[in-house]
Design a protein around this ligand. Structure first.
Ligand SMILES: [Cu+2]
Length: 287
């Protein structure tokens, strides 16, 4: 069982192992495949008659949580192929809501800091500084250094009370299974309803965390590990509230629908919302 720890509780060896694993996946091309996979899913209108910005295979619909759980699970497995036994760490950003700039996540031996406004907001500190880390664009082509622009679209990180509100919200989701659903745990935690939660972190970090290629910034994985942890907490707190919809929702979002790209055709792996509902059955848990 891989135990996913709070970034605050990582030893310096664990931090170095994580950086080493991420860089090894960058070097062997697997990291960029994850960036492209996220972009492809975010570009896939669901159903095909809507605009992808209305709903896509991974966002603005019920599969938001299971899609990202599967994505993170496959990324963790990829990391384990280069650093045996490693687990993804999570960034509990509520602990930094009072003073985001001082977060240990930005440490020079971990994620590095903000971008330099005099250098196109490229990150110049830490393991992912310009020259050490190159992002890719929508076409998979090299697109310069990693960019961060703290407070670009949100001045704060989400607070614990905002998380508590989402934890109390039921059902999991409801028709029309989109960014207007209310009440809906999925919509509130994704961040289209109320306090922006998941979206707010992308909007605070800014730069490379804003577009659909946002896994370009390795902090994506620390953020989404926390989003996944919070979903697991909601599941445990609300045992009578199952995943919805069972049937009748948009394709790829019903409990037994194959989620793109894990449809057995695009890549030779299958996953449905149901197949990831029990995170412990996937072989990991949270410390
Ligand atoms: Cu996403």
């Amino acid at each position: 069982m891989a135990i996913r720890k709070n970034i605050r509780n990582l030893t310096s060896t664990e931090k170095a192992d994580f950086i080493r694993g991420v860089k090894a996946l960058k070097a062997n091309g697997i990291y960029n495949k994850f960036v492209q996979r996220h972009f492809a899913a975010a570009s896939r209108a669901t159903p095909s008659t809507v605009n992808a910005s209305y709903r896509n295979a991974a966002h603005k619909g019920p599969a938001f949580h299971p899609w990202h759980r599967q994505f993170m699970y496959k990324f963790e497995q990829a990391l384990q192929s280069v650093v045996p036994g490693i687990a993804l760490p999570y960034w509990d950003w509520t602990q930094d809501a009072a003073n985001p700039d001082a977060s240990p996540v930005w440490a020079i031996d971990f994620m590095g800091g903000n971008g330099n406004l005099n250098n196109n907001y490229q990150v110049e500190t830490g393991p992912f500084r310009v020259g050490q880390w190159t992002i890719i664009n929508e076409n998979g082509q090299p697109a310069g250094g990693l960019q961060r622009r703290w407070r670009q679209l949100s001045s704060t990180l989400p607070s614990q009370s905002e998380v508590n509100t989402a934890h109390a919200e039921v059902p999991y989701d409801r028709s029309k299974w989109d960014a207007t659903s209310s009440t809906s745990h999925r919509n509130r935690s994704e961040g289209w309803l109320g306090a922006q939660l998941h979206n707010k972190v992308h909007r605070f970090v800014g730069g490379s965390m804003l577009p659909q290629t946002s896994p370009n910034d390795p902090i994506f994985f620390l953020h989404h590990c926390n989003v996944d942890r919070l979903w697991a907490q909601w599941q445990a707190k609300n045992p009578t509230q199952g995943y919805q919809p069972i049937t009748g929702g948009p394709p790829g979002h019903n409990i037994d629908d194959l989620m793109y790209p894990w449809d057995g055709k695009t890549i030779g792996v299958t996953a449905t919302p149901r197949s990831v509902l029990d995170h412990k059955a996937l072989g990991y848990d949270y410390a």
